[in-house]
Write a protein that binds this ligand. Sequence first.
Ligand SMILES: *[C@@H]1O[C@H](CO)[C@@H](O)[C@H](O)[C@H]1NC(C)=O
Ligand SMILES: *[C@@H]1O[C@H](CO)[C@@H](O)[C@H](O)[C@H]1NC(C)=O
Length: 241
Amino acid sequence: MFHIIIAIIFSVFISVQSVPTPTFQQCKKTDVTCLNGNINTIFQKSIKGDQDLGIKSVDPMHHKEIDGQLSVIEYQLYNSTVEGFSKCEVVNTKLDLEKRELNFRVLCPVLVMYGVYNISGTLIVMPIEGHGDYKIVCKGYDMQVETDIMIQQDNNGMKHISIKYFKADGELTEGMTTDLQNLFGGKQPQLAKDVLKFVNENWGPVAKVLQGPVFGANYGKIVKNINKVLKHVPLNQIIEE
Ligand SMILES: *[C@@H]1O[C@H](CO)[C@@H](O)[C@H](O)[C@H]1NC(C)=O
Ligand SMILES: *[C@@H]1O[C@H](CO)[C@@H](O)[C@H](O)[C@H]1NC(C)=O
């Protein structure tokens, strides 16, 4: 009996100890490397999720619908999966507590997205229309995320930051391959081929035109998770106040 109790106490102790809590350093305000490390840790945790904190992983990420209403082109993406955010890295973090701003870049080696698309309009110079399966592989995405933050106190009087507004932009640096099934309803195979060739050859500008709504959807989910993580990390664990 005694041994069982010891074993239980011991195993409780072990399991509490072995919960992988991220290690933060209390950074000096001017120590940008230290601060970037903390924000990167928070970002990674936000992507991978944490069962103990009830935070679901967003790699893979799922979107029921993304609605892209742009001026000359409109598209919807249905039942989409995004894979690869857990391989991304945060760089160039800037946290300004006075201005209530947190800005950083996210470098992603490979992001893959697939599902069902619906598109109609003009893509730069090409007419495009279709509805079917799609798959996009993006290499070397350099994303800039700018946020406005709030500082609030929890019940224990500890200050926490949270993101109340974000905007995300970015450039592809290495390439993108796009597959769109059933362009023009399969009725204009030569035009479909030409459009796909154009999309794959002009990946940089094509991504720039189309990425906005996808960025909004992706970072909407990521920022939600970042805020959940930040609830468990007092500000003074991240930076000296
Ligand atoms: C949605 O996508 C998943 C994964 O690609 C697939 O297994 C599922 O059948 C799709 N659901 C619908 C309703 O198309
Ligand atoms: C695709 O878009 C067209 C025109 O924008 C719309 O009429 C159609 O209902 C859409 N189809 C689906 C399946 O969303």
